[in-house]
Write a protein that binds this ligand. Structure first.
Ligand code: 5GP
Ligand code: MG
Length: 188
């Protein structure tokens, strides 16, 4: 590998476009949650880059927490079954919670997560996703804060990985076929 960005076929969302959209989302959240102290929950690991930029565009007292989950795709028998690998550190009862996600695809992961979090009785629960690929949606989810609509292409960068690589690219892009090597995308 020569350089990380040399593996990119096409940049879908540039660093500048992302910064602009993240600023707009931060401003909306600042307005909508005025007088409140929202708790932002990021889903490890992909959501972390987005979360770290987003919180710096929110002008409110906020708190952060993290959760890690392992999901099994719709091709497996246990469709939508998600395992909590790392739970939140603190209780969310009576908190105004915002889930911060990198990308929503089928929505099955988030659907499970929201059911799990709702059972803990937050005061409110909303979703902020950088990328929303609605064409593959299975679960019905209200994405209150959405960055970009994503076509049916696999993307990397700005938190999103292929085999744990490319998360640190400052933009979202499509990988060159050569970067996949012999790996089948369906196994990601
Ligand atoms: P869902 O349960 O919504 O189908 O799964 C969403 C998860 O699948 C994301 O959090 C992410 O881990 C993964 N994912 C979905 N689409 C992409 C993509 O285009 N690129 C990458 N790197 N991961 C994706
Ligand atoms: Mg994710």
């Amino acid at each position: 590998m020569e350089s990380l960005s040399g593996d990119i076929e096409e940049v879908l969302f540039s660093q500048e476009q992302i910064a602009q959209v993240v600023g707009e989302l931060g401003a909306r959240i600042t307005d909508d949650y005025a007088g409140k102290n929202p708790l932002l929950i990021s889903v490890l690991r992909g959501g972390v880059v987005f979360m770290s930029d987003l919180v710096r565009r929110i002008d409110l007292p906020i708190a952060l927490d993290f959760m890690a989950i392992a999901s099994y795709g719709p091709e497996t028998r246990d469709m939508g079954v998600v395992q909590v690998i790392k739970d939140l550190d603190d209780a969310i009862t009576d908190k105004d919670v915002i889930i911060v996600e990198d990308v929503i695809d089928t929505g099955l992961t988030l659907n499970y997560l929201m059911t799990n979090l709702k059972a803990r009785r937050p005061r409110s629960l909303s979703v902020c996703a950088l990328l929303d690929r609605t064409v593959r949606r299975i679960a019905d989810i209200e994405v209150k804060y959405k960055g970009f609509d994503l076509p049916d292409v696999f993307v990397v960068g700005y938190g999103l990985d292929f085999k744990e690589q490319y998360r640190n690219l400052p933009f979202v892009g499509i990988l060159k076929e050569s970067a996949y090597g012999d790996d089948d995308l369906d196994s990601v």
